[in-house]
Design a binder for this molecule. Sequence first.
Ligand code: MRU
Length: 346
Amino acid sequence: MIKTIEYQGGLARMIDQTRLPREKVFVDCRTIEEVGRAIQDLVIRGAPAIGVAAAIGVSLGANAIEANTFEAFYARLEHQCDALAKARPTAANLAWGIERMKRTARKHRHLPVAEIKERLRQEALAVVEEDIQINRKIGGHGQALLKEESVVLTHCNAGALATAGYGTALGVVRAAVEAGKRVNVLANETRPFFQGSRLTVWELMEDGIPVKLITDGMSGYFMMKQQVDAVVVGADRIAANGDVANKIGTYMVAALAHRHGIPFYVAAPVSTLDLTIASGEAIPIEEREGEEVVNVAGQSIAPEGTVAAYPAFDITPHALVTAIITENGIARPPFDESLKRLTETG
Ligand code: MRU
């Protein structure tokens, strides 16, 4: 199995996702600041993987703090966490991972600082393991929605590389294949960072799961030709009403799926739900440098001086979402009620 991120020997080791598929190299982060930079630079990306990296980052940060009292220790930890939380704004899992670690520190406040650091290390390791288990559960629930023979269209990478392993949307595909179903994946290339062509295609090929690469603009064509049975994507943040923030272009795919009567499924862990936010309107959308749109693999694809925009995510309104697949089960409309129920059943 692809191990996206590991925590061992006092460092976070992650596959450098900026360099796949050309080379499989690892980046070692020894400090919380290095983890923050890796998240910002998309060395590690995908909401659940960001949450896992954050938890490990907080443990690394804690290890570097010299303090004799819980109060002094916690004040410095909070300061480091505030900086880490700014690495990327959209994925709910970043704040989730940080908050889980802060809670762990507070829970053990009565222990000596060295012991609190050890508890934080154990918690970060638990987050890594749990993420894989959660994805397997999502896969188990989600695969039941796919027919014996299905073409699944996906956008971006919500696979093993976007999590600690197995994946959310691609976890559904993997679980269906494990259940003996014949699944073919159509992967949108996902401009401008090419998570689809570089990462989704790479990891499915590693597992021998049939995958065909298409450009983002081709999805409507294949839907119209009735060559797509279901769309399955991941999410960066899901609001209380079921509006979904995911990679830029997801909304376009959802609108087309709706137009053609194709089910549009979102696979995500409960840690991606943000029920404090009523609707997608309030979800912060990351704006990245237009430069990243103009330059592809180190080559400029537009005239010098081109002004480009790069909102990294969009919002898919809940009316276009058929179901949201979580580790606690499947939520269907009305999502205000079903999502709330699912968080309570955990
Ligand atoms: O900018 P990225 O690559 O971090 O965006 C990732 C996505 O949009 C994924 O679909 C989402 O985080 C879900 S990953 C299981």
